[in-house]
Design a protein around this ligand. Structure first.
Ligand code: GLA
Length: 396
């Protein structure tokens, strides 16, 4: 199974945690249709942890909690499929899931077969309670090869949080996406720290196995399982823009049965989703004026390892057909100015001598912006806000 675009969908964890059941899943599938999420491209409905009983059955199979899922999982899958959506579930490479339910270590082939019988399309595979004597890559390879032989296409969403140097081995396993961050929480501090941790991981991103920056918190507004302070509309917009531009899967984490107009205006922005879903699947790159230089006096996980302005990154991504996505992100608590956000077009491969420039279309305001003497200059970006553009190459 080849996955060429970051998966889009909804996952139970961020808002509902343990409070999940058949009715919630079916209502959320309905909401995907009614709120236009399916039309915008979201397709996976994913049940995260805490869906099973604490014991396997006499055949060693996982058992859905009958109080939460009285008709079993195939029934839920059938309903989701009847809506033209896809069904995701959750397990873990250790003895137990992160919440302490039975997990797949030593049961990989039994569980892959069970998931296939339930017509699961997506498996999030966590990393808690794994035996320390086993190599991390091997634990993921065991489930990957079992899924690849289960007779059904099941997308493998690896979730080892970037630990044990995941990026060095994850593509060997055949996983289709890999969690490149720790867990997200509904606060600006969480968005900022996850985002800034991604600087050293972009060269592992792209086609076939995308960096997963964790589920979205857009629209949680301080309510739910991973709720903290909540965020402003600008902060949620920056979060969505950045996750989209960095090729992260966009897995919604709010209650999609009850979204505000502001939440919908973010999650349903088709131009931003198109940047995420672009056919080329190219690696995003940092386009600030800095010398791209490995600083050997620092370790690889140190954000200053590559000398790059961590609080005001300019990030670009080439798109299929020759356009370029460009984002200006202000992580500072003060306004960013033209001093922070002057982009030299040569950093995109367009020196003045090329006779070319770009026309920028702002994906949040719809306005256009012109270049000035081989540069893009953004006068002001408010704290925690961003500008995201689709740029077209034109004659200067
Ligand atoms: C880990 C994962 C989360 C979530 C929980 C469930 O913390 O990183 O995304 O799946 O486990 O227990």
């Amino acid at each position: 199974m080849v996955v060429n675009k970051p998966p889009l969908g909804w996952n139970t964890w961020n808002t509902f945690g343990a409070n999940i059941n058949e009715q919630l899943i079916m209502e959320s599938a309905d909401a995907m249709i009614a709120n236009g999420l399916k039309d915008a491209g979201y397709e996976y409905v994913v049940i995260d942890d805490i869906w099973a009983l604490k014991e396997r059955d006499e055949n060693g199979r996982l058992v859905p909690d009958p109080e939460k899922f009285p008709h079993g999982m195939k029934y839920v899958a059938d309903y989701i499929h009847s809506k033209g959506l896809k069904f995701g579930m959750y397990s873990c490479a250790g003895y137990l899931t992160c919440a302490g339910y039975p997990a797949s270590y030593g049961y990989e082939w039994v569980d892959a077969k069970t998931f296939a019988e339930w017509e699961v399309d997506f498996l999030k595979y966590d990393f808690c309670f794994h035996p320390m004597t086993e190599r991390a890559d091997v634990l993921y390879k065991r489930m990957a090869i079992a899924l690849a032989n289960c007779g059904r296409d099941i997308l493998l969403s690896a979730c080892s949080w970037g630990s044990e140097n995941t990026k060095q081995w994850i593509k060997e396993t055949g996983a289709h996406m890999w969690r490149s961050t720790g867990d997200i929480f509904d606060s600006w501090a969480s968005i900022k720290s996850l985002a800034q941790s991604q600087i050293v991981a972009q060269e592992y991103n792209g086609h076939g196995c995308f960096n997963d920056m964790d589920m979205l918190i857009v629209g949680m507004n301080g309510k739910g399982n991973v709720a903290l302070t909540g965020c402003t509309t600008e902060e949620y917009r920056l979060h969505f823009s950045l996750w989209a531009l960095l090729n992260s899967p966009l897995m919604i984490g709010c209650d999609i049965r009850d979204m505000t107009d502001e939440t919908k205006s973010i999650l349903l922005n088709k131009d931003v989703i198109a940047i995420n879903q672009d056919e080329l699947g190219a690696e995003p790159f940092f386009a600030n004026n800095f010398k791209y230089e490995i600083n050997n006096s620092r370790t690889e996980n140190d954000p200053f390892y590559k000398s790059y302005p961590i609080d005001t990154p300019i990030i670009a991504k080439y798109l299929d057909g020759g356009d370029i996505a460009i984002g200006f992100f202000n992580f500072m608590d003060t306004d960013a100015s033209v001093w922070n956000f002057t982009l030299t077009l040569d950093n995109l491969g367009l020196p003045l001598s090329s006779g070319k420039t770009i026309e920028l279309h702002d994906l949040w305001t719809g306005k256009t912006l012109k270049t000035f003497n081989g540069t893009v200059r953004i006068d002001k970006v408010a704290p925690h806000d961003c500008r995201l553009f689709r740029a077209k190459v034109v004659d200067a």
